[in-house]
Design a protein around this ligand. Structure first.
Ligand code: NAP
Length: 260
């Protein structure tokens, strides 16, 4: 079976972790399809990556929370006869605040982006990877996936979905040549906190966030090594490990305090 030129599709590549992943993938010689909503930013990034690294980079702007936009992205990839050899489902956002007073439209957009888009793109591009007997999918979750998150309940729950879905898929695909990695960052310095309306920069500093570059570098190597579960940093690994010995209501209370 012969496939056209292989590409890596990265969602949320206009900034933060997704942008840094795009830079690393380009440095390593991968052709890219980058997507997010900000068209101008994406076009500039694609131009720079082509110029600096001699790869091909195609920018396809899309609001991935909308099924029409996702279908347009998929149709465009099919139209250009592109084979997706690596898929990085990175786009996502959170929102801080009590659920009962939260903005429903924002909640729905978060569920559509963090859960539906990731599942949809995986369903679309996995069969061709299976046929090629090779491919990599990296789904960006969070250490939030391991715990309930009062005052950010929908976000934490969306990441629990990403973790459960990806781990299940990794087992379904064992021996197929397709590897699934779940990337779980702790706090990372990006536009994420501002978008989620975090108000306490001192608290964030105390949590010692990683840089987007560090996280992307770790994510890249984890994906290339076919690591199933990639939790960034010893402190985050320790937190996740210690959760095994803590009642979930105690954890929920601690997270609530952190977010208050
Ligand atoms: N930063 C952290 O502390 C942290 C911790 C754990 C996990 N994560 C996860 O890491 C991933 C990347 O986050 P980040 O920290 O890099 O955040 P970021 O700097 O806010 O970047 C988010 C990216 O997603 C894109 N995006 C947002 N809404 C979109 C939509 N509706 N359709 C298409 N693209 C959309 C944004 O581009 P446009 O605005 O141009 O659309 C941007 O490129 C997320 O899944 C996040 O949950 C982050």
């Amino acid at each position: 079976m012969s496939f056209s030129k292989p590409y890596t599709l990265i969602t949320g590549a206009s900034g933060g972790i997704g942008f840094e992943l795009a830079v690393i993938m380009a440095e390593k010689g991968h052709n890219l399809i980058i997507t997010a909503r900000s068209e101008e930013k994406l076009n500039n990034i694609a131009r720079q990556l082509i110029k600096n690294h001699g790869i091909d980079a195609i920018s396809i702007p899309a609001d991935l929370s909308k099924s029409t936009d996702r279908n347009r992205l998929i149709d465009e990839i099919r139209r250009q006869n592109i084979h997706i050899e690596n898929l990085i489902n990175n786009a996502g956002f959170g929102d801080l605040g009590a659920f009962e007073t939260s903005d429903w439209v924002k909640n729905e957009e978060m569920i559509q982006l963090n859960i539906t888009a990731l599942t949809h793109l995986t369903r679309e591009f996995l069969p061709d990877m299976r046929k090629a007997k090779s491919g990599r999918i990296m789904n960006v979750a969070s250490i939030a996936a391991f715990m309930p998150g009062p005052l950010m309940s929908v976000y934490y729950a969306s990441k629990a979905y990403v973790l459960s879905f990806s781990e299940a898929l990794a087992s379904e695909l064992a021996g197929s040549g397709v590897k699934i990695t779940t990337l779980c960052p702790g706090p990372v310095e990006t536009g994420f906190q501002k978008k989620a309306e975090f108000k306490d920069p001192a608290l964030l500093k105390m949590l010692k966030p990683a840089t987007a570059q560090e996280l992307a570098d770790y994510g890249y190597h984890s994906m290339m090594n076919g690591k199933r579960l990639a939790i960034h940093g010893w402190m985050n690994r320790f937190i996740v490990f210690s959760l095994r010995f803590s009642p979930r209501w105690v954890v929920a209370r601690a997270i609530m305090k952190l977010h208050q």
